[in-house]
Ligand binder design. Structure first.
Ligand code: ZN
Length: 410
């Protein structure tokens, strides 16, 4: 077998961050009538590049396969829609956007973000590879192009609509196999004084809080500011500002411009570079021992669930999130330990979770089954979920999470 190479800089990848074994595709929910079939499993092995320090998983599954049954509709999370609204307000003011501006969002999903610019009469275009999701955006008045983004799509957008004053790309930089082509697309689509923002979970949080469940096949890269700046440099962009956000367990929003741009670097960019340097982000020592921390969470969760079973207690899951599927597959948990999962997204209800084949029901099913424990799989939304599902306490039910450690909460 040949040594895999870094998707950003081409260096041989010789260092493992964590090997999560063979896992089913985290977003390929299984129809109930395929319950007796085995889902295809692919290696899920995260490695770190010792040159640019991009953490990445092997590129073993083609994007067309990953995105063919994509069922993530951003608008089902009210806190995420509100997060997007605040971003639009801030960006429109900072960049003085108006009726003559042009905003492009890549991975525009169901229009959860661009709808806020539409409300301000600012022209927009969404680029979204999943046709069924782009259709929902159109219903919100968000013009959408069904395509994967890269240099070629960027040239098409410029030819048809002109250059963009602002581009947004939230939680997609990590999802592209060819990160260099993707980033160079932004340098192509931007006006000379245009700005590109990117939001992505910060690798530093993944490492410090053992968020290994954010590793799944469609999430090709795990990004630090350091690795992003290295990648941008070779593809025509440079970062001039960065914000730390609480979303997805700790994210970064970088503000970038063309390499010829004249916006000065902010103090908070210098501060975040220093924070990463203090953590040793560009040294292999920073990544050692992560694998052992993941194994400890697996052992603790299995011990908890088995002891609950022995005591005659029942456990359900909340949130059919991709990260939950990584956790369940890594721990080899099935319906023997977790009876069912509930999710507010009707597209996921009445399916089975990939790999574990745990059934997904509507949230109301909790009231019928009255489980003793509700394991919150999207732990980044646990505050919102515990508020919405406060009635779980009525029958003495308790919430729990597995990341960053296995514990009963609330
Ligand atoms: Zn590299």
């Amino acid at each position: 077998m040949t040594t895999p190479t870094c998707r950003a800089c081409g260096t041989d990848l010789k260092h493992t961050l964590v090997d999560l074994g063979l896992s089913a595709l985290a977003n390929s929910y299984v129809p109930m009538d395929r319950a007796d079939q085995n889902d295809p499993r692919y290696p899920l092995h995260a490695r770190v590049c010792n040159n640019c320090f991009l953490v990445q998983v092997d590129d073993v599954v083609p994007p067309s396969e990953i995105f063919s049954h994509y069922a993530y509709f951003s608008s089902y999370s009210s806190s995420w829609v509100e997060h997007a609204r605040k971003y639009c307000e801030a960006a429109a003011e900072r960049l003085d956007l108006g009726k003559d501006s042009f905003v492009v969002e890549v991975a525009s999903n169901d229009g959860y973000l661009l709808q806020h610019f539409v409300a301000k009469s600012i022209p927009v275009l969404g680029v979204e590879p999943a046709a069924n999701i782009a259709k929902e955006a159109e219903k919100k008045g968000v013009k959408s192009l069904v395509a994967f983004f890269g240099k070629e799509t960027a040239e098409k957008v410029v030819a048809e609509h002109g250059h963009a004053n602002l581009t947004a790309a939230n939680n997609v930089l990590a999802h592209v196999p060819d990160i260099n082509d993707f980033v160079s697309g932004f340098a192509t689509v931007l006006a000379d004084d245009g700005v590109s923002t990117f939001e992505f979970p910060h690798l530093l949080n993944l490492l410090e809080k053992t968020q290994f469940d954010t590793i799944y096949h469609e999430h090709f890269s795990y990004l630090s500011l350091y690795a992003v700046e290295k990648c941008f440099e070779q593809n025509g962009l440079k970062v001039f500002d960065v914000e730390e956000l609480p979303t997805h367990g700790g994210s970064l929003r970088v503000w970038a411009q063309k390499t010829t741009g004249t916006r000065p670097e902010t103090d908070r960019l210098a501060a975040l570079r220093a924070k990463e340097a203090d953590a040793g982000i560009a040294t292999l020592a920073c990544y050692e021992g992560f694998d052992a921390k993941c194994r400890k969470i697996r052992d603790d969760l299995l011990a908890f669930l088995k002891s609950a079973k022995t005591e005659g207690k029942t456990v359900a899951g909340y949130g059919a999130a991709a990260k939950g599927n990584t956790l369940l597959n890594y721990c080899d948990i099935g319906t023997d330990l977790i009876d069912f999962v509930v999710d507010a997204n009707p597209h996921k209800q009445n399916t089975l979770l990939p790999g574990s084949h745990i059934p997904v029901h509507a949230p109301d099913h909790l009231k019928v089954a009255k489980p003793d424990y509700v394991l919150i799989l999207p732990w980044n939304l646990s505050t919102e979920i515990m508020k919405d599902m406060a009635h779980v306490k009525d029958w003495g039910g308790q919430f729990m999470v597995a990341i960053p450690r296995v514990e009963v909460i609330g």
